[in-house]
Structures are given as structure tokens and as C-alpha cells.
Design a protein around this ligand. Structure first.
Ligand code: TPP
Ligand code: MG
Length: 374
């Protein structure tokens, strides 16, 4: 299912392979049949201990239940502003972030509740931020799109499409410059790769050998525009070759496939200080945001992908390999629902930010006249 390109390729080799790969383009990983995917996941499970596997399932479940609750609270008017849900994509953030350290960095887009939770932020602080409360991770001033917690290396939450890509490149540069062995994971959607900043960043990362892992979450849509309508080269992983980076297509519905591919990339970054581009093929089950009427795709298309639900797949694998019983996983679900319910109570009962907070944590240039017209 995955295809790798080594860093060491000479440019003529790389050109030859790129041309061949365009012709032999593989079917999207997200299209693989449920049975084929299950067989692959069962093969991957070998060698992983039970504790790690249950933790991965717990984290995916936490994100799923957290977001279902967020949708409910949003509909009740408890959450304001934009709210982009991640349901369907859980295997990507959870699989990738499971192989990095607390002192490594993660940057992503506005669809970031999962990444924040996976990096170690509490459900309380993320939910309170959604509610715009003073106890939220950004003191209630950021909301859904601007989660941040320096203590766990979660550097946002970025609303400008592709805006986090050069920032992550800079963070990786800083780690290298300071001589640490930290790595940076930079997540973004497939629509962001059409931005100039993506290309500038990949070029610099390979030229300067930066420990940055670029993770493109290809969910096949940028708002209501499908990848087919927006991209001349649909095989995003090939874009790595333009800059001689290692590149790989990954099945984004299989948490273990994402984990393995990220492990390879992290080793490359940590030991050799080299970047990687992972194209992780996934699908979002919900609208672009809570206000998306969704009239650009059919219900049948969504249902087709829901058969490949990463949580359903992992549940089946855990049960069929006798790693866990159905009862055990149902009990875990109960505990997760309670943890999420607790975060809602915490957010509900937390105070609103003090009006004086309007003047803190803002960037303003005091040299610019207050009479300036913007
Ligand atoms: C520079 C910029 N252009 C346009 C937008 C409006 N916009 C917000 S999300 C989005 C689509 C991005 O899609 P993708 O990168 O695939 O991420 P996904 O939403 O699928 O996770 C657009 C065009 C923006 N926020 N920033
Ligand atoms: Mg997208």
C-alpha cells in the first residue's frame, strides 16, 4: 500500500522514477477494500504490545466522542465562531503523534482538536477553549481554530491555509541550529500544497537538511472543491521528488500504517536530520465546518467511506486478534464518554474571560500611530 522514495536518489534516477510513477499511479489508499485493509492491519499488529494498542484505540475514541459532543454543543449555541471537525481522520493525528516525544513539536491547521489532545493537552482545556472560557488553553481568546500549548510542544492551530508550513520549517531550523534532536510534525490539508509556501518550505527543508516531517492529510476536499477539480498532479507524494525529499503514500484509515510510516520519517529526521513528505489518504465524514451544507458530494459517497471508518476497522482488528474483548472496548467507550462529559461540565462552569484580557497577549507595534488607517 505504501510506496517510498529514498533521499539518496540522484536527480536523474528521481526523474526516471517520477515519470514511471505518474503512469503507474496506485489507487488511493482510502479506496482499499475493507477486507484488504483489515488483513494489512492484522499483519501490522504483530510486534506491538497490548498497552500501546489499547492506548491508540482510547485516543481515537476520545477524539471521536469529544468531537461528537462539540458538534452537539455547537448546535446548542454553546460554541461560537468556526468549528472544523476531524471525524473520519482520527487515525492520522493519533497514529503519527503516538511516535514522537513530549518535547517534539506539532503544528497543524484549524482542524486541530485531535492533534491538541494527542499531543497531551487535556480535554478540559480544549473544550473550555471551544466554549471561549478563561480556563481554555488560549484563555478563551482563540476558540476552535487557535489552540496552543507551548508546554506540550503544540504550536497551533493555524487558520491561514498552509500558514503553518513555513512556521514548522522555521521551528525545525531552530532545533537544528540549537543542536537538539527534536523533530517537528507539520500537518496540513491537501489544498494547502497548491500554496507557494509549501514549495518554498520543502525546498529549504531539503537544502538545509531540517528535521521536519510534512504530513499532508489528503481528505480529498478543500472546503467544497474536490482534489480532482483543483490539482493538476493528483499524486501529492510525488511532489516530494521535486525537492528530492523522501516521500510516501500512507493509508490514513489505518492507525498502524500511519504510525509505521511516521516512525520511519521520525528516525530519518532524528538520526539524519532529513525531512519527509507523507501523503496520508483519508476522508472527512462531516462537513468542512459546522456551517457546511455539504451539497458538493452525495450521501452515498460519504457512506462508502464510512465503511472504512478507522475506528470500526481498529475495533474489528483488536477483537479478531483477541487483543481485547468487545466488552472491554465497550467499557473503555463508557469511560471516554464520561471523560468528555466531564470536560463539558468544566467548560460550562468555567468563567468568561475578564474584559481586561482584551488588552493582553496581543501583538501591536507601539511605533505605529493609533491614528493610522488600516
Ligand atoms: C490563505 C487562505 N486561503 C483561503 C482560505 C479559506 N479556506 C479555509 S479552509 C480552506 C480549504 C482548505 O482545505 P485543505 O487544505 O484540504 O484542508 P481541510 O479543510 O480539508 O482539512 C480554504 C480555502 C484560508 N483560510 N486561507
Ligand atoms: Mg482537504
Amino acid at each position: 500500500m505504501s510506496r517510498q522514495t529514498p533521499n539518496s536518489a540522484s536527480s536523474s534516477e528521481a526523474k526516471g522514477r517520477a515519470a514511471a510513477a505518474v503512469i503507474e499511479a496506485e489507487p488511493p489508499a482510502s479506496e482499499a477494500s475493507v477486507e484488504a485493509r483489515k488483513a494489512e492491519q492484522k499483519a501490522r499488529i504483530k510486534g506491538l504490545d497490548r498497552e500501546t494498542l489499547i492506548e491508540l484505540y482510547y485516543q481515537m475514541l476520545l477524539v471521536r466522542r469529544f468531537e461528537e459532543k462539540s458538534a452537539e454543543s455547537y448546535s446548542m449555541g454553546k460554541i461560537g465562531g468556526f468549528c472544523h471537525l476531524y471525524i473520519g481522520q482520527e487515525a492520522v493525528a493519533i497514529g503519527a503523534i503516538s511516535v514522537i516525544r513530549r518535547d517534539d513539536y506539532v503544528l497543524t491547521s484549524y482542524r486541530e482538536h485531535a492533534h491538541a489532545l494527542a499531543k497531551g493537552m487535556t480535554a478540559d482545556s480544549v473544550m473550555a477553549e471551544l466554549y471561549g472560557k478563561a480556563t481554555g488553553c488560549s484563555k478563551g481568546k482563540g476558540g476552535s481554530m487557535h489552540m496552543f500549548d507551548k508546554r506540550v510542544g503544540f504550536l497551533g492551530g493555524h487558520a491561514i491555509v498552509g500558514g503553518q508550513i513555513p512556521l514548522a520549517t522555521g521551528v525545525a531550523f531552530a532545533s537544528k541550529y540549537q543542536g537538539t534532536d527534536q523533530v517537528t510534525l507539520c500537518f496540513f490539508g491537501e489544498a494547502a500544497v497548491n500554496q507557494g509556501a509549501f514549495h518554498e518550505s520543502l525546498n529549504m527543508a531539503q537544502l538545509w537538511k531540517l528535521p521536519c516531517i510534512y504530513i499532508c492529510e489528503n481528505n480529498q476536499y478543500g472546503m467544497g472543491t474536490s482534489l480532482e477539480r483543483a490539482m493538476s498532479l493528483k499524486d501529492i507524494s510525488l511532489k516530494a521528488r521535486a525537492y528530492e525529499l523522501a516521500g510516501e503514500i500512507v493509508d490514513g484509515m489505518d492507525v498502524l500504517a500511519v504510525r509505521e510510516a511516521t516512525e520511519r520519517a521520525v528516525a530519518r529526521a532524528r538520526k539524519e536530520s532529513l525531512p519527509t513528505l507523507l501523503e496520508v489518504r483519508t476522508y472527512r465524514f462531516m462537513g468542512h465546518s459546522m456551517s457546511d451544507p455539504g451539497n458538493y458530494r452525495t450521501r452515498a459517497e460519504i457512506e462508502h467511506h464510512q465503511e472504512r471508518d478507522p475506528l470500526k476497522l481498529f475495533f474489528a482488528t483488536l477483537v479478531e486478534t483477541e487483543t481485547a474483548s468487545e466488552k472491554e472496548l465497550a467499557d473503555l467507550d463508557k469511560r471516554v464518554r464520561e471523560e468528555v462529559a466531564q470536560s463539558v461540565r468544566f467548560a460550562d462552569e468555567s468563567p468568561e474571560p475578564d474584559p481586561a484580557e482584551l488588552y493582553t497577549d496581543i501583538y501591536a507595534n507601539p511605533l505605529v500611530s493609533s491614528e493610522a488607517v488600516y
